[in-house]
Design a binder for this molecule. Structure first.
Ligand code: NDP
Length: 397
């Protein structure tokens, strides 16, 4: 029987996933791109046909509705659903996958629309139902989470007997020329950045104020940049799965210009997630802000510069202390010329395609809900080099 792939979400990341699946058509078979706004799917499908000469199908779906999802799944009969809509839709798409026996993959963990809090609890709680349905639920197959988890698993497999500390270091040095814009969904991005920071040390989570902890990291091919400690979701699964771990932290770079805009917006209440009354209508400030800001999908053409995301790991090998740095550098303009999206969408969409490819090609097998570091990292690391995300390792003894 020929393979069928369903992609849900037609934003910046959905565009990259659709392009990359089409470029790996042998693994993905018949591809359908579905989203709330079908015109966005059709635009991507037209671009793929023009650039690659491959036709993909499109459909409209409201992924907040399990009934609509089940109807679409029954019509298309996909082998896998790649969820690159928003984290708010994770649970409905997972439930429809269980109901219809379809493998599931996403790039960001479930977040409740009315609560700026994200955690794996509700997705992990579906493990038994995924097992009973005989399908895989692969969580967080983007770059971070995603590739960063795989880098850690690779380090554990090949370089360490015991990993002691992990620092995840995420730098986007791209410039889109606007005074302020976010590189992916503004609501998700600003909620993440304006929340308290958190890291894990000796079995405990330690909370910090937003942007309270900063280090200067020298990112290869970019240079030294201020990097701020944030909470990031891959830490929740890595503390469970990396043996001997004593500390894990996550740092992201922000320019002074970005931080000044964000502080002003926060101070005037524009990052609020509670409804406010405005001229007789009810609006949610952060959603209104999203309407005003440039669409992340439109930044591709204008963005210049590089991203560098990696993990710096220390630990023991044969009783001797050592450290390694595994990282990946992408160039915004190069990504755009290949798939018409900037590097932040590219570095998320390519790993989503790779995770799905390894499942469809029966290389990553299992039943239940998994995080990336639970599978063999080697085939994923090989695919990264083949599919456009070349990585490097520095051993520092
Ligand atoms: P965008 O906002 O650009 O796109 C989201 C898409 O989802 C839009 O097409 C939107 O449709 C669609 N959508 C939203 N709600 C629904 C719904 N109820 N039903 C159907 N479709 C819906 O986001 P991005 O492409 O930038 O990001 C996609 C995902 O990738 C997010 O979950 C984000 O958190 C994640 N991400 C993960 C990263 C990682 O490294 N792991 C890094 C960056 C992003 P419409 O146009 O109609 O609103």
């Amino acid at each position: 029987m020929s393979r069928k792939t369903l992609i849900i979400g037609a934003g910046g990341v959905g565009n990259v996933v659709a392009f990359k699946c089409a470029m790996n058509i042998k693994s993905f078979g018949e591809i359908t791109l579905a989203s709330r706004t079908i015109s966005k799917c059709n635009k991507i499908a037209d671009n793929i046909e023009k650039k690659l000469g491959i036709k993909i199908k499109t459909a409209s779906v409201n992924a907040d509705s399990i009934d609509e999802l089940i109807e679409l799944f029954k019509k298309i009969k996909p082998n896998i659903v790649i969820n690159v809509a928003l984290p708010y839709q994770d649970l409905t798409i997972m439930d429809a996958s269980i109901e219809c026996g379809v493998h599931y993959l996403d790039t960001a963990n479930y977040e409740h629309p009315d609560m700026a809090k994200f955690e794996y609890k509700e997705q992990w709680a579906r493990d038994d139902r995924f097992k009973k349905a005989g399908i895989i639920g692969l969580l967080g197959s983007g770059f971070d989470p995603g590739v960063t988890n795989v880098f850690c698993a690779y380090a554990q497999k090949h370089y360490f007997d015991e990993i002691e500390t992990i620092d995840i270091l995420d730098c986007n040095d791209g410039d889109h020329g606007y005074p302020f814009a976010t590189n992916f969904n503004p609501e998700i991005n600003l909620r993440e950045v304006s929340a308290n920071g958190r890291y894990w040390e000796n079995g405990e989570w330690i909370e910090t104020k937003p942007m309270e902890v900063m280090l200067v990291w020298d990112y290869p091919e970019v240079g030294k940049r201020d990097s701020y400690l944030l909470y990031h979701e891959e830490m929740e699964s890595l503390v469970k799965h990396i043996k001997g771990l004593k500390r894990i932290r996550f740092f992201m770079t922000f320019s002074e210009k970005y931080l000044t805009h964000m502080r002003c917006l926060e101070n005037v209440g524009m990052l609020g997630i509670d409804e406010v009354e405005h001229n007789g209508c009810k609006i949610i400030p952060i959603q209104f802000l999203k309407t005003l800001l440039p669409d992340p999908a439109s930044l591709g053409e204008r963005t210049k510069g590089k991203t560098n995301i990696g993990v710096y790991i220390t630990g023991l090998k044969d009783g001797v202390k050592k450290s390694i740095y595994i990282y990946q550098v992408s160039d915004h303009e190069k990504c755009y010329s290949e798939v018409m999206s900037q590097a932040v969408s590219y570095t998320t969409g390519v790993p989503a395609m790779i995770g799905a490819k390894l499942i469809l090609d029966n290389i990553w097998q299992g039943k239940g809900v998994f995080n990336m570091e639970q599978f063999d990292p080697d085939p994923f690391m090989e695919e990264l080099n083949i599919q456009g995300l070349l990585w490097k390792i520095k051993e520092i003894d």
